[in-house]
Write a protein that binds this ligand. Sequence first.
Ligand code: ADP
Ligand code: MG
Length: 620
Amino acid sequence: MAKHQFQTEIGQLLKLMTHSLYSNKEIFIRELVSNASDAIDRFNYIQLTDEKFKEENWVGKININIDEVDGTLTIADNGLGMNEEDLMNNLGTIAKSGTKSFVESLTGDAKKDSNLIGQFGVGFYSVFMVSSKVDVITKKAGEEQAYMFSTDGTGEFEIKPVTKEEHGTIVYIKLNDDEKEFLSKWRVEEIVKKYSNHIAYPIMMHFSEDETTGKDDDKVTKKVKKSEQVNAATALWTLSKTELKKEDYVEFYKSFAHGDNEPLTYLHNKVEGGQEFTTLFYIPKTAPMDMYRADYQSGVKLYVKRVFITDSDKELLPTYLRFVKGIIDSEDLPLNVSREILQENRILANIKQNSTKKILQAIKKLKGDDSSAFTKQYNKVIKEGIFQDHVNKELLLEIVRYKSSTQEGMIGLDEYISRGNSEKKEIYYIVGENEKVLRNSPLLEAYKKAEVEVLILDDKEIDEIVTPMIGAFKEWSFKDITTMDAPDSKTAEEKEEISKEFKSLTDKIKEVLGEEIKEVKTTTRLTSSPSCVVKDASDPMAGMAYMFAQMGQPMPETPLILEINPDHEMIKKLDKLENSETFADMAWILLDSAKLSEGLEPKDKSAFALRIAKIATQAL
Ligand code: ADP
Ligand code: MG
């Protein structure tokens, strides 16, 4: 007999479960039934593919037993079972990244935390919401020794050898005094039907009922043992769409994805003809907690002719769709597909392509609140998609949303185009870290004046990489306003004239600033600001951010050009200024304040502050 300490994170989880205010306690049945079904799936697979298990005359089944006298509920399966090591690894530690993120996000505030449970299935441990004494008796298929794992829901558990005939797992749950509702046949049946109706294996319920025999004085009432199958036991996705209602899909989703929320949308497709396969996909209302972890869990399960194959193949859908939950069931793959075969299989590649398109089309159809909810959760991963998925670029560009200089909220590119100049066919954008800084950027002044809409891209890290490589959308080309001329009404000759007129000034400023700046020139893009900085469009590095990102290297800095506004009072005065020290101070101020307006840092912040103080003192 060996006593063990739970991993710290599990200790935390157990405490949360035991003291949870969570109102939806019934889900522990869903979680245990789902584990039973997973274990049967796994045994089913090895039985069909491994000679060692071929002879066994086996039918997968889940048994739920209610013992009112003892106050216990038992959930048993004849699936794969666990050995001692499995018990340690699977029930004694948290291995999954999703569960880890969940525990990391716990706040210690019971109310907030119980809301979190709702968003996230915590599987086996949910049983501690209703019980403080749980025994798991289990025997792994192909092994001799069975084991019992026991815990009272505090910090310790115990594993000891026991005897058990069949492989599989039995979970004994001694219900807490105020949780006796889970001993009612009706209540349990209702819960199983609600969440587990379409688990693919029969769920049998065993219970006792009062039965009266005889008449009048000879009447005798006895407890009689009864058994009933309580679920439909058909895999939901094998049914035809016409037989299924929205509720059926939603309940299946809850058991499948362990969530409390309805999905944002779902799509169910049977493809026949050449290749045959069925897919059922869901888009969760809130993004999975591990979406931005490198070790995220795949949300898609692969089946072959209804036999579960794997839930850990991340290649079933493109990475940017890692938030999608669902099922792919193929009729054409062999049952004993190896991992290597899965990697480069034509059948799977075809399913992947078909599924991606269908999912994107379903997303595109989202309207109103659903569409904004989608954008809020997934806009960034859609941008990843634009970068990765050239085949579906057009569809992704129809889905992605951006902020706009003329509009509140997020807009789509089709909306932008509908308001844009259809002769020029240009989509203007500016990228940066901070929405406010971008909105106030001097570079936008000319666009505001000309009433030209500019997209405000403030997911800098990803926008900077993705946007330059978009090229065009429906023949409208993307234009970074920091690397191009602004809209204005002046001709090239007039601009040339102005540039000549201020040549001595721009030369003098360049002399002061030296290598800090590539060039100083006059501009017509500004109205209220005296100066701005723009990226040098002729620089070969401009627009190459994605290449560097792909090589995993930081982007080299693009040289900047300082532009000055010849109509501004300050520039006019500067042109006539005699004092060379003040001139130098002003030249630096022009550069540093222009940098600040774009969210960039001045080269020397304290020197900048000192110069401002000096000039202000003179002005007073
Ligand atoms: P999840 O099911 O999401 O992996 P759980 O907390 O529900 O998380 O279960 C943890 C692990 O314990 C499972 O992944 C599985 O390996 C093991 N397990 C739980 N219940 C059973 C069971 N009835 N039969 C075999 N293994 C089980
Ligand atoms: Mg589970």
